[in-house]
Design a protein around this ligand. Structure first.
Ligand SMILES: Nc1ncnc2c1ncn2[C@@H]1O[C@H](COP(=O)(O)OP(=O)(O)OP(=O)(O)O)[C@@H](O)[C@H]1O
Ligand SMILES: [Mg+2]
Length: 405
């Protein structure tokens, strides 16, 4: 049902673009989903009808049998009419609890099959796991490097190919490129959300696969575009990754991501309860809450994968400026389609079809790369419509450039 609703939401979004063929495709998808739901509901109703029919038939037959036998006993004088009426009354009382037990059993069957499916899901072993004998890692001055990474989701084509770059301590870089260029995949590889099919990601020179996974998660925080909030108070959500955060820490981070107006608006402030998925805040507010939560965890590398995409340009720029000045010890890896908001970073990595085709500061790329200029000059919402164009070839330089302030 949730899939159907999101399918319909998608259709509404697509219909607004005015593309008839895409809208027709989405209608097709949505009606397929509705057919699935209809089939599921039909099966459910059929099984309920079967249960009611069997239950009713058994009850009616048993009553008829007992009533018939009782009438026979009354006729031959083995039982009085009064005794027969009392017996029949008790029988009615007996059927009610038996009916309830049968209905509880039917519900139990449904729950058991749901739990079985949930267990199967929970039993899936993640392919990314902690090593048996992890190498210790110093939590200061984290230097991430990846060497000739290759990753593909399916055999047809690679999402990331021969990717080599590094992020020094406190360095700020951005990964830019068209939609589908492999930016998110590259970011997930350096956060070890996936392991590459070939190549190495290293953390302070140590293969990241040999480092304890919880330490990697603590040091490197990947924040996606769709922020997840939990049912609970605003404060619980913010302190999720750092329960020891003080009220001064909270105040600082709330100011950094410009959340004061949002929290002031809530009648109970930080103690306001957020519903499932933070349903009562807007997309941009949810992103800012999740960003505040990420900063409170004090990661050494913070990766923001379009994590501010729902904010207006001015607010995104303001928040980036605050991150830049307040998180001087944190390495930042930023992904955004608004390149104008990222001019200040030390270095941009320009990806095209999974390959790093150029890297350098804004001025250099704006002068040298046709693709970079095109992305820079194209309004955010039009990136999906750009056709591939030829781009200058990559010159491997600036692996650990000096920081530009
Ligand atoms: N889970 C997945 N399964 C199969 N293919 C995927 C999956 N995720 C991404 N891809 C494919 O891998 C390629 C790179 O995707 P990726 O998400 O890294 O691109 P991106 O540059 O982040 O794009 P965007 O700007 O739209 O977020 C794309 O061709 C995409 O279709
Ligand atoms: Mg992406």
């Amino acid at each position: 049902m949730a899939e159907t609703l999101s399918g319909l939401q998608l259709f509404v979004r697509v219909a607004r673009t005015g593309s008839i063929s895409r809208a027709a495709r989405e209608i097709g998808k949505a009606s397929q989903l509705l057919d699935q739901v209809k089939r599921y509901q039909r099966d459910r109703v059929a099984s309920e009808v079967r249960y009611t029919m069997v239950n009713g038939t058994v009850t009616a037959l048993t009553s008829a049998l007992i009533l018939g036998y009782g009438a026979y006993l009354a006729q031959v004088g083995a039982m009085s009419i009064g005794q027969l009426v009392v017996c029949y009354g008790y029988l009615g009382r007996l059927f009610d609890p038996i009916g309830s037990i049968a209905s509880a059993y039917a519900n139990l069957q449904k729950s058991v099959s749901s739990i079985r499916r949930l267990r199967q899901f929970l039993a899936i072993k993640p392919s990314v796991a902690s090593p048996e004998f992890p190498k210790p890692i110093r939590a200061e001055d984290i230097r991430l490097a990846c060497h000739e990474l290759y990753f593909s989701y399916n055999a047809d084509r690679s999402a990331v190919c021969n990717l080599t770059f590094a992020v020094g301590p406190g360095e700020r870089i951005s990964i830019v490129g068209r939609s589908g260029a492999g930016k998110s995949t590259a970011a997930k590889l350096i956060a070890r959300l996936y392991d590459p099919q070939s190549g190495i990601v290293s953390i302070n020179g140590e293969d990241i696969k040999r480092v304890d996974l919880p330490s990697v998660r603590r040091l490197i925080h990947y924040m996606p575009q769709h922020a997840v909030l939990f049912t609970g108070t605003v404060e619980e959500n913010l302190c999720y990754g750092n329960p020891a955060a003080t009220s001064a820490d909270l105040r600082r981070v709330i100011e950094m991501v410009h959340l004061e107006p949002v929290i002031q608006r809530m009648s109970r402030g930080l103690q306001e309860t957020l519903g499932p998925g933070g349903c009562q805040v807007s997309g941009g507010e949810r992103q800012r809450l999740a960003l505040a939560r990420a900063i409170l965890q004090r990661p050494k590398v913070l990766i923001l994968d379009e994590a501010t995409a729902f904010l207006d340009t001015a607010l995104e720029g303001e928040i980036f400026e605050r991150l830049r000045t307040c998180l001087s010890d944190t390495s930042l890896v930023l992904i955004s389609h608004r390149l104008s908001a990222l001019e200040w970073v030390d270095r941009h990595l320009l990806l095209d079809q999974g390959t790093l085709i150029a890297s350098g500061a804004h001025d250099y790329l704006h002068k040298e790369s046709h693709l970079y200029r095109e992305l820079y000059n194209t309004p955010k919402d039009q990136h999906a419509l750009i056709e591939p164009v030829s781009t200058p070839s990559f010159s491997p330089h600036n692996l650990f450039p000096r920081r530009r302030r």
